[in-house]
Structure formats: C-alpha cells, structure tokens
Design a protein around this ligand. Structure first.
Ligand code: NBP
Length: 500
C-alpha cells in the first residue's frame, strides 16, 4: 500500500536536517528520517508527533530505505566531505536503479561532479542541491540550487518548489509570516534547476563567496562610522535600519541594524562591543577565491573578504603590532551627515562590483564545465530564503533579462548609471579610510576592480617587458594581431649593456 511509504527520506538530523525535515512535513509530504546517532532521531520524532505530512523515524539505514516510495528520494544533510561519502557508501547497496540521492550539504562542486558520475555508473541518480538560508531558511523556506540530471530534478521539483522560500512576483520581496504547520502560500518559489552535475553546488559556493564580500563591506562601513565618526553601535544600527528602506534593502543590512542595537545583558554594553574581533570561517569563501585564481578570473572583493577574516583571527599578534606600528590618527573634521551618505554610496558601489565578480566567475565556470547557467534566474532564486537576499537582486534579474550575454554587470545601463552617480562618494570614502588609517580591503579593492575594468590601457605593458627581460616569456605588440608573440634579445642581466 503506497500510502504507507514516505514521499522522501532525510539523513542527518543536526540543525539543517531537522529544520528541513519539518519544512517538508509542513507541506504535507511524509518524510522518513535517519541519523547516525539514533537517540537524536528518536528525540526529534518524539518532539514532532503532529506534522501535516508525518515524520517517520528509522533506526537503521535498511529500515529507512525500505520506508520510502520508489523511486526513492533521499536527502543527505550531514557534514560535507568524508561524512557525505561515508553515508553514500552505506546507502548504495541498499538502493534500486533510478533512486535519487540528494546532497543538500555545502559540498565542493568538484566532489559533486565526482559523486554524480560514480552514482550514474551504478544506475542511480545524484542531485547536488545548494541549500541557503541557515536554520531559519531550512525551516520556513530556503533558497534551493539543485544540480544534476534534469530527469532527477523533475522527480523532486514539486517538493523543492513547495518548501523553498517564496517571493512576491511583482516586488521580488520575500513573503514572510510562516509558522510551524502554516507555511506561506502563493508567490514565486526560490528554487530552480541550475544545471548538470556540480552546477548547483558551484552556484551555492558563489552565493557564499558573495555573502563573504557583503558581510565584510558592511563591517568596513561600521568601522568607519565607529572609528572615524565616533558613532556608538546603537546610532550606527539606526543608520543601517534607515538604509534598509532604500537601495541597500537586504537581509544582511536588516540583521546588521538589529545586531548593532542589541545590548549585552551581562554588562549593559552594546553587544558588538563585547564580541571578540576574531572571525571564523568554514571554507566556502576560500573555495570561491581559490577557484577565481584557478580560472584566472578577477574576484578581489571576495578574496579580500576572506583575507580580512584571516587577519582578524591573529588577534594577539595584532594587539602586539598595534604597540609598534605607526599610522595616521583617525580624527574626522568634515560633516558627519554628509559622510554617512558617502559611506552609503561606497557600500552600494562596492556591492555592485562584488556581485559583478561573482557572476563573472559563474560565466567562466559554465564554459569550463559546459553548463548553461541562467544568470537572471539565479539572481531570482537568491531574492528569498538565502543570506544575500536583497531588493538589489531584482535589478540583476532585469539586467540579464535585457541582455542574457551581458559580459559584466557593470556594463548594464542601470548599474553603469548607479556607479557613475555614486562613485565620487565611493572615492571619498576610500580616500578617507586610507588617510585615516582605517582598513577597508573590500571597499578599496572593489574600487580598484572598477578602475581596472574601465581602463583601456593598464600598466601590464611594462610587466610583459619585465617578463620578457628576465624569463624570455615574450610579449604581444600593440601594432600586431593578438596571439602573435615577440621576444627581444635582451642583454644578459649580469653584463649590463644598452638595450637594442
Ligand atoms: P553538521 O555539518 O554539523 O553535521 C552534523 C550531522 O552530520 C549530524 O547529523 C551527524 O550525525 C552527521 N554525521 C557526521 Br558529522 N559524520 C557522519 C558520518 N560519518 N556518517 C553519518 N552521519 C554523520 O550539520 P549542519 O550544520 O546541520 O549542516 C548540514 C550540512 O548543511 C553541512 O554540509 C553544512 O555545510 C550545510 N549547511 C549548513 C548551514 C548552516 O547554517 N548550518 C547552512 C547551509 C548549509 P551524528 O548526530 O551521529 O553526529
């Protein structure tokens, strides 16, 4: 009797797994759950006896697999890397041809490509689905980025659309208000098929890289407001709350406003003032930056955001260096209100550059892996559920709707005009930071990216000369076709002569 079988199964009942399982059950799907440590599964099932779809706990993998309707759909939400491989290995002998294994963890996309190939060879289907939005997203609507065989996507599509975040079709704003047992109805789902094999996890990684950039540039603006303008956390929080009503309207600006206005219950001090300035990271920003270097694509904003976390982490070394290394004083003499506007524009322009870099990475990756990515659609499914959700993404969707082969977001008329208008302020913010010794690696590197991209001639003519001089690496000439290389017979460096 088919009604005794579950519609889907889920392995891994930590934060993400529990919340996604509840979300799926809220949408009337019956779900089987399994966890390596059985007691966690038992507690979870006992705590959630009355979901609309029903949650069925299984003590063994065998019972778990047997409880799911064919073709089986099994989500894995365990720690990425070896644990995911271990779970897949345990599952394979228990599955039947055509069953679908879905990795919802933060897998490295090359692992997903490997796993998809291995499972396909055994008659199984594998989907690597990015899941963004953390605990809250998983519970009430994440942004979902599935990659794999299109036929596998067709099987899971109804569940993915049901559980994903929903946005208003006209405004692109996320529909809020879901509560346990009462998901939001209507709206456009933030789930879409991304492409074959590792495409979904690749796009999720870029999402995280962009998230790193967004977070760091917000922190730099906070640093300038606090360190240069002398503003206290609460007052800065109010500015962010105001900014959240305009162009910068986004989840990260919204939570920044909340965090800055939070007080520490133990001391009564602003919460951020008692938090140690040493950042952690889990690796997706690093993966994005390594991939940018591997593909030779310029993504300095994301890389600088990773480096900023690295520098923050060596707290004790910085404290010692602060006693020894000199710099300018951070004394501000201008108009505070005007400078806050300057910072707003610097943040907006840097954000545009950071997203431009993320989309350039995806453009290059699709060539490398023979994917056909729909950039407008990717921006669309990031409008709700995920950490980088923002009103701004609607403009990116529109930019790709106008021109699907746009080379760089900066070339879209809307973004071109936005940066044209705001760049004087952007430059002023970066100058002030430099002059007063406040580090702004993402604001500054975004500006350098913009200036580099808009310069028809860069000084790499000299660099090519240097490479040819010491390594005979050859150079192209401005008066010859691209791809034609020349070498000058330089004098031996140890026997200086006049160059010919
Ligand atoms: P964790 O990444 O902390 O993983 C814990 C889960 O993995 C537990 O269920 C644990 O079982 C299981 N597990 C481990 Br560890 N090794 C295992 C093994 N060898 N065999 C079977 N199970 C094993 O959980 P999470 O924070 O919920 O994240 C799940 C996935 O979602 C990760 O890939 C993560 O990167 C991704 N993700 C997380 C977030 C977030 O905000 N946390 C957001 C987006 C994506 P046990 O109970 O028996 O130890």
């Amino acid at each position: 009797m088919t009604e005794e079988f579950s519609d889907i199964g889920l392995i891994g009942l930590a934060v993400m797994g529990q919340n996604l399982a509840l979300n799926i059950a809220d949408h009337d799907f019956r779900i089987s759950v399994y966890n390596r440590t059985t007691s966690k599964m038992e507690a979870f099932v006992a705590e959630n006896p009355d979901t609309p779809g029903g949650i069925v706990g299984a003590e063994t993998l065998e019972l778990f697999v047997q409880s799911i309707a064919a073709p089986r759909k099994i989500i894995i939400l365990v720690q990425a890397g070896k644990p995911t491989d271990a779970v897949i290995e345990g599952l394979i002998p228990l599955l039947d041809e055509g069953d679908i294994v879905i990795d919802g963890g933060n897998a490295l996309w090359t692992d997903t490509i490997r796993r998809e190939k291995e499972l396909r060879a055994q008659g199984l289907r594998f989907v690597g689905s990015g899941v963004s939005g953390g605990e809250e997203g998983a519970r009430f609507g994440p942004s979902l980025m599935p990659g794999g065989a299109i036929e596998a996507w067709k099987e899971i599509e109804p569940i993915w659309h049901a559980v994903a975040a929903k946005v208003d079709a006209a405004t692109g704003k996320q529909l809020e208000g879901a509560t346990p047992g009462n998901p939001v109805e209507g709206g456009v789902s933030c789930a879409a098929y991304i492409g074959p094999n590792g495409a979904g996890h690749y796009v999720k990684m870029i999402h995280n890289g962009i998230e790193y950039g967004d977070m760091q540039m917000i922190c730099e603006v906070y640093h300038l407001m606090h360190g240069l303008l002398g503003m206290e956390a609460g007052e800065i929080g109010q500015i962010f709350a105001k900014w959240n009503e305009g162009l910068l309207d986004s989840f990260l600006i919204e939570i920044t406003a909340d965090i800055l206005q939070q007080t520490d219950s133990a001391t009564g001090a602003p919460f951020v003032d008692i938090v140690l300035d040493a950042a952690g990271q889990k690796g997706t920003g690093k993966w994005t930056s390594i991939n940018a270097l591997d593909m030779g694509i310029c993504a300095p904003t994301i890389a600088e955001a990773v480096f900023a976390r690295c520098l923050s982490a060596i707290k004790e070394e910085r404290v010692a260096a602060s006693q020894l290394l000199a710099g300018p004083s951070a004394e501000f003499s201008g108009n505070k209100e005007e400078f806050i506007e300057v910072l707003h524009d610097a943040l907006y322009c840097s954000k545009i550059c950071s997203y431009a870099q993320g989309f350039q990475l995806m453009r290059e990756a699709q060539k490398e892996y023979k994917w056909t990515l729909d950039f407008g659609q990717i921006a669309q499914i990031w409008r709700g559920g995920c950490i980088i959700r923002a009103a701004f993404l609607q403009k990116i969707t529109e930019a790709y709707a106008h021109n699907s082969s746009l080379a760089n977001l900066l070339l879209d008329p809307y973004f071109n005009e936005a940066v044209r208008k705001a760049q004087a302020n952007w430059r002023q913010a970066v100058s002030a930071a430099v002059n007063h010794g406040i580090p702004t690696p993402t604001l500054s590197s975004s500006l350098a990216y913009y200036d580099g991209y808009r310069n028809a001639r860069l000084p790499q003519n000299l660099l090519q000369g240097q490479r040819d001089y010491f390594g005979a690496h050859s150079y192209e000439r401005t008066d010859s076709p691209r791809g034609e290389f020349f070498h000058l017979d330089w004098p031996h460096p140890e026997r200086p002569q006049t160059a010919v």
